[in-house]
Design a protein around this ligand. Structure first.
Ligand code: ZN
Length: 639
């Protein structure tokens, strides 16, 4: 997808989120959150709306989350535990709201107040807290942590404040920490980020507010009681939705896709209410022990059959061939998820169409919001659809409902994981890997050992492992690229070392009617040309393909002529540069097949074209294509 198109898609989704925004508030009389309505269903008082950042997929914090947040506030705001017990008691009910950030970040909501945001700072590799409004005001007025009273009568975002501008206060020296600020006359408040020795940069300002005042406690049971009507309405809607799908897709086999997480546990419970008693669990071979336990607990509690689609040792076997998976190189999804699922489904139901009942929710992500409540499913199962009964639920509602119905909870949530999945998934945040590292040292040292060895072979720096930079293979997103630079490396240098192949342009000229393009694909030496010849002759439009010697193949195609050498050098002559690109891409595909195919069987047996279906081959070809286009553009512009 192009960048322009992607940003347009985002815009559409933001609009959807705004229109279908989940609204919730706080009833100070009942001391409870009130979901989706503006008057409290218990006392009838109007509710104070909480303007948390969209998509507002709020969730309950578990004990571990509260502990981590307390530590972050203590460390980065200098607030003592005596005050923390008041603001963020260990036994309290705290909501978290995930916000967009390069790693884990959540708004922290206590008794109806957003007291600030916690971030996992990648450079510091620790949680940092940014207080705001009432809590920042409390820190300043009661002097319970780092704060500053500044000389000026105004505060503006972007302004840099030197220590000499601070009349009174206590400033931390750690870069990246946040400090509440107030003007001398007490009219304005804000937050500054420590950007250097004795220097702060103002990042947020507001007209002064009264300090946070908390009295009494709020319990999860109370929230469930107050919102019983809403939870029951969500339940009714979801049950009706499943029933209507069962009628509409009556020839399909209904099957719950169960991950061992909270969302699919609720979906399995709902489905079992309307007679669907079969589920499938995908054991990628990389699941946490808690997940296996939860699968057993849920199956016995709900009295449903859970089929296991196991990937066995596939991941570790393919790792040798493909290298570490990345967010933009997810060979593992196909190998460890889609294929085992497709195999199991075929074994159980033959070629009957499948209606997968899943726990996807629109508030989870842009992708989920775009997918819709009914969408297409596993691309390698011939006929199947996905339906999401809890599509309109928030994480909080799933949690409350699961508690209301006493459904077993995967203990991973108690340990601080926000999602349940493979323990080394490249889509994990560094904050989650820190938990794996401390809670599962054996698992983590296996993976870390592999990465360190891989880094040594590829001559990558240690930081590539320590900062999780292996999670991208082709391109670092902006924030990560900045981190790489701060660590003292050029992003392109790191990416180059993990590149699947590297292309050098040797020739790019036009003589008369013929354009001639030559490249060398490094890492391709000593190809078996006999084998390659077979692939090349199948390129559409090929008239002749001849191996002239042990080292050369000549190819004639309607696009033009090509010469391929066993060293990885390829030269093509066509009537236009664009035709050269096309022919070269086709040849690269054949070379990729020769170089990358491990005959793992992923692409065969499901009636597919092996080059289109294989993620590794398509990554290789895309890499060649991108490099050739970039590098020829460069050559052209320097001529
Ligand atoms: Zn009330």
């Amino acid at each position: 997808m192009s960048i322009g198109k992607r940003s347009r898609v985002r815009e559409v989704v933001r609009e959807v989120f705004r229109r279908k925004a989940f609204r919730f508030g706080w009833c100070s009389t009942c001391r409870s959150y009130v979901l989706r309505v503006s008057t409290c269903p218990v006392c009838g008082n109007s509710v104070k709306f909480i303007d948390a950042t969209l998509p507002r997929d709020v969730r309950l914090a578990h004990e571990y989350d509260i502990e981590v947040t307390r530590e972050a506030i203590a460390r980065s705001c200098g607030v003592s535990s005596e005050y923390l017990d008041r603001v963020l008691p260990r036994s309290g009910t705290v909501l978290l709201n995930k916000v967009q950030y390069v790693d884990a970040a959540d708004e922290v909501i206590v008794s109806g107040y957003i007291i600030g945001t916690r971030f996992f700072d990648l450079l510091r590799q620790e949680w940092v807290f940014r207080p705001q409004y009432e809590f920042a005001s409390l820190i300043i007025r009661e002097k319970i942590g780092y704060y500053g009273i500044v000389r000026g009568s105004r505060l503006s975002v972007g302004e840099v404040i030197e220590r000499s501008d601070v009349l009174e206060g206590d400033l931390p020296s750690d870069v990246g920490y946040y400090v509440p600020l107030e003007t001398r006359d007490g009219k304005f408040q804000g937050v500054g980020r420590v950007v250097g020795k004795d220097r702060l940069k103002v990042v947020k300002t507001w007209s002064s507010v009264e300090p946070l005042e908390l009295e009494g406690t709020c319990t999860v049971d109370r929230i469930i009681e107050v919102n019983a009507t809403v939870l029951e309405a969500l339940e009714r809607d979801s049950l009706k939705f499943i029933e209507s799908c069962l009628r509409k897709y009556s020839t399909y086999v209904p099957l719950v896709t169960f991950s061992g997480g909270k969302d699919s546990t609720v979906v399995l419970h709902l489905s079992s209410q309307v007679g669907v008693r079969e589920a499938i669990f995908n054991d990628t071979g990389l699941e946490f022990p808690e997940t296996y336990r939860n699968v057993d607990d849920v199956a016995s509690k709900l009295d449903v059959v859970v089929h296991i689609a196991s990937a066995g040792d596939t991941f570790w076997n393919l790792l040798k061939k493909f290298g570490p998976p990345a967010r933009d190189y997810r060979w593992c999804t196909r190998a460890c998820k889609l294929v085992p699922m497709a195999r199991k489904v075929r074994e159980l139901y033959g070629s009957r169409p499948i209606m997968s009942i899943v726990g996807q929710r629109m508030y989870e992500s842009v992708q989920r919001a775009l997918a819709g409540r009914v969408s297409t499913g596993n691309p390698i199962i011939p006929k199947n659809i996905l339906i999401s009964p809890i599509y309109y639920w928030t994480a909080l509602e799933v949690q409350l409902y699961a508690k209301l119905r006493k459904l077993p909870l995967n203990e991973l949530y108690l340990k601080g994981f926000e999602r349940v999945g493979c323990w080394l998934c490249p889509t994990s945040r560094l904050a989650e890997f820190k938990i794996v590292e401390t809670s599962y040292p054996n698992l983590w040292s296996k993976w870390r050992g592999y990465l360190l060895k891989y880094a040594r072979v590829k001559k990558l720096p240690r930081e590539w492992v320590e900062y999780g930079l292996w999670r991208w293979r082709f391109k670092y997103p902006g924030d990560v690229a900045n981190l790489v630079k701060k660590l003292g490396y050029r992003p392109s240098d790191l990416l180059e070392k993990t590149a699947i192949t590297r292309c050098i342009i040797t020739e790019n000229i036009r003589i008369g009617e013929v354009h001639s393009l030559g490249i060398v694909m490094v890492n391709c030496c000593e190809m078996n040309l006999g084998e390659l010849c077979k692939y090349l002759s199948k390129i559409p439009g090929t008239t002749t393909c001849k191996q002239l010697s042990d080292t050369v193949i000549v190819l004639e195609n309607r696009l033009g002529k090509a010469t391929v050498f066993s060293t990885g050098r390829v030269s093509v002559q066509c009537s236009s540069l664009e035709s050269c690109f096309k022919l070269l891409t086709e040849i690269a595909k054949c070379i990729a097949k020769l170089k990358c195919c491990s005959e793992c069987g992923l692409c065969t047996g499901f009636g597919e074209d092996s080059t289109r279906g294989c993620p590794v081959i398509s990554a290789y070809v895309a890499s060649v294509e991108r490099q050739v286009r970039e590098k020829t553009a460069h050559v052209r512009s320097t001529h």
